[in-house]
Design a protein around this ligand. Structure first.
Ligand code: 6R9
Length: 648
């Protein structure tokens, strides 16, 4: 396997980092040898209301399954993110907000101001009858009020469920009804790249399918939108007159904190449930060590709060650590391709954390957009969401970071709450494209996908985690069985990640991508089953099969094979209609890149679609389709090959 240059730990980092090579080795060993002792220590980063005695009470064995961390301790996460930083940090910046349009003013919220806004909003929710354990749906753009909403929920023990503001009304309705939430927090409109996103209109459309008691709407763009009397209320009116102090709810460490829906290999999105205590310790620890966070530095994670990266590394991790977290409403290419780096210069950003898809898109536009900015404040770069190809890594390192800043390529998942495998900038020489080494307390292993036995040494297999870590999801909301089935049944006694992975002779881990029916489009997870079900919902479609295809910018694109109903002609107009249909059903991130009409799909005699073949055709790797002898009708494949659309 050819590898790019290895980048040794720069001297400054070796001498100054919070975690150096020796310290990593010692701490890692300790975290595995005596987890109770290790985590009792790390748990001191939380201010507990009631100290815990029990640290780790977990088992992945089916008969005895349990995941409980710090289970007799109590805390409040909002108080940990805010109150305990006061009064010392009351006037220090908590959130820097940069709007979509650089000509408009940004906003700064100090810890004192954020505390006040969170308390007022928390009081308003309480006054409106929202109680501990109630689910609150949040459908907001990247504005400080999104963080206020999350923290206000955490303060009163309500469970937030954030729905990415790019999702469609249908997707929103499904998530509202799955968690039986009766209140939605939204805005009139979002703004991205100069375009308005009709959030309130989407909420109204969603609420034609599922009723809620209350909609709280932030006036963000000022657009005139219809108001439903009795149900809808203005954010400002809702919070007006509420006291600036609000007693935080005492939460058990294992009380739910949030639900976040994510795509799986089957059926509808799963409500990933995270609890309070373990998650707090996990995101605080990983944010500090991975990013070598130093007080006073500006830290920028460019993810949207609608994804787990936004939860853990825009809001909870940084605020736990009293950091300055930058929230960016916009997009990398508006008004032009320098936007990211102009924001870096404007706020003297020290750490920048983004997805490879954005980097690839910017790389394509040439180095000038980067080079005309200074970026001298940058100290560390991060990558998340998908494998970063070595070319993009080199560009990020050399052009963006001027060969000065280490890159932390953090592998983790919605399910894991925070970083699981990542280099630490002061501890590990970097290999472009490798997520490198496990975080403290994480025991990765590779197993043979066929029989599940553990593979040693330099090897490639399915990535599993052998034991629990504090930030682990606890259940699929409302469907614990699905949780066990999805993650612990394939390789009994182990957590299955869904990813393939290689370990090299130096022990570095290289994530190779999903090995289940999940594809990764622009760093966002998409279940192929979800797109298929959207397609077959269309009257013209009899059957659909969706696979990933290589895509220069998005990493993976969506390739859909569609069989139309008997009496329906597969036309260009229908192709366009189906693309729009999927966008409407799920959201723009699910836009199919290719739709190939197929009179039939390749199936085994038992009727199972042979996705392996469909993947090969989509990848244009048609030289060797492998064994097709079990196909019920091999001529189907010839037709697919003959009619493969030209893919740009
Ligand atoms: C945080 C997040 C999880 C899936 C995961 C994997 C892919 C994430 C990666 C990576 C290679 C990295 N993934 N980070 N693959 N290298 N550094 O993205 O969560 O949206 O749940 O996606 O993303 O395939 O299984 P989520």
């Amino acid at each position: 396997m050819s590898e790019h240059a290895v980048h040794p730990v720069p001297q400054w980092w070796a001498e100054n980092a919070l975690i150096g090579a020796d310290e990593y080795a010692v701490k890692y060993r300790a975290s595995i040898a005596d987890p109770d002792d290790f985590w009792r220590g790390e748990a001191q980063r939380v201010t507990w209301m009631k100290r815990f005695n029990s640290v780790k009470n977990t088992s992945f064995d089916a008969e005895d399954f349990r995941i409980r961390w710090f289970e007799d301790g109590t805390l409040n996460l909002a108080a940990n993110c805010l109150d305990r930083h006061l009064p010392a940090k009351a006037n220090d910046t908590a959130i820097l907000w940069e709007p979509d349009d650089p000509a408009r003013p940004g906003r700064t919220l100090t810890y004192g101001e954020l505390h006040e806004q969170v308390c007022q909003f928390a009081n308003a929710l309480r006054a409106d009858g929202v109680k501990k354990g109630d689910r609150v749906t949040i459908y907001l753009p990247m504005v400080p009020e999104a963080a206020v909403a999350m923290l206000a929920c955490a303060r009163i023990g309500a469970v937030h469920s954030i729905v990415f503001a790019g999702f469609s009304p249908d997707a929103l309705a499904g998530r509202i009804s799955d968690c039986e939430s009766d209140i939605v927090l939204t805005a009139d409109e979002g703004l991205r790249g100069g375009k308005a996103v009709p959030l309130k209109a989407n909420v109204d459309a969603a609420l034609e399918k599922v009723g809620v008691r209350r909609v709280v709407m932030l006036r963000h763009t000022g657009k005139d939108v219809p108001i439903v009397e009795g149900r809808d209320v203005d954010w400002a009116d809702y919070a007006a007159g509420q006291p600036a102090e609000c007693e935080p709810e005492e939460m058990n460490a294992e009380d739910p904190l949030f639900i976040l829906y994510t795509s799986g290999s089957t059926g509808k999105p799963k409500g990933v449930l995270h609890t309070t205590g373990g998650y707090a310790v996990w995101v605080s620890m990983t944010h500090e060590y991975t990013f070598d966070y130093r007080a006073g530095e500006v830290y920028w994670c460019a993810a949207d709060i609608g994804w787990v990266t936004g939860h853990s590394y825009v809001v909870y991790g940084p605020l736990m650590n009293g950091a300055i977290t930058l929230m960016f409403e916009g997009v990398p290419n508006y008004p032009d391709f320098s936007r990211f780096w102009q924001v870096v210069d404007k706020y003297d950003v020290a750490t920048f954390y983004a997805a490879p898809t954005a980097l690839r898109a910017l790389m394509r536009e040439g180095d000038e957009w980067v080079k005309k900015t200074s970026r001298k404040s940058l100290r560390l770069l991060g990558s998340v969401g998908e494998p970063i190809n070595p070319e993009a890594w080199d560009w990020y390192y050399n052009v963006v970071g001027d060969a000065r800043c280490p890159i932390v390529d953090t592998w983790w998942q919605t399910e894991t709450g925070g970083h699981m495998i990542t280099p630490l900038p002061g501890a590990h020489a970097l290999k472009p494209g490798s997520a490198s080494f496990p975080m403290f307390g994480v025991q990765p292993a590779l197993v043979d996908p066929a029989d599940g036995h553990i593979l040693d040494g330099a090897n490639e297999g399915a990535l599993v985690i052998l034991d629990s870590w504090p930030g682990q999801m606890r259940t699929v909301y409302g469907d614990h069985n699905r949780f066990i089935q999805t993650y612990f049944s394939q390789y009994p006694g182990k957590y299955f990640t869904g990813d393939g992975c290689r370990r090299d002779a130096d022990g570095y881990y290289w994530i190779t991508g999903r090995i289940d029916d999940v594809i990764n489009v622009s760093g966002h997870r998409m279940g192929t089953a979800e797109v298929e079900s959207a397609l077959v919902d269309h009257d013209a479609v009899a059957e659909a099969a969706v696979v990933g295809m290589p895509h220069d910018i998005k990493g993976q694109g969506i390739y859909a094979y569609v069989t139309t109903m008997e009496d329906v002609e597969p036309t260009e107009a229908l192709r366009k209609e189906l693309v729009q249909w999927v966008r409407k059903e799920i959201g723009p991130i699910a836009t199919p890149d290719v739709i190939q009409f197929a009179p039939a799909l390749p199936k085994t005699r038992s009727g199972k679609i042979m996705r392996r073949i469909l993947r090969k055709i989509a990848e244009n790797d048609t030289g060797n389709l492998g064994d097709t002898s079990t196909l019920a009708d091999p001529s189907v494949v010839e037709d697919l090959l003959a009619n493969r659309p030209h893919v740009a």
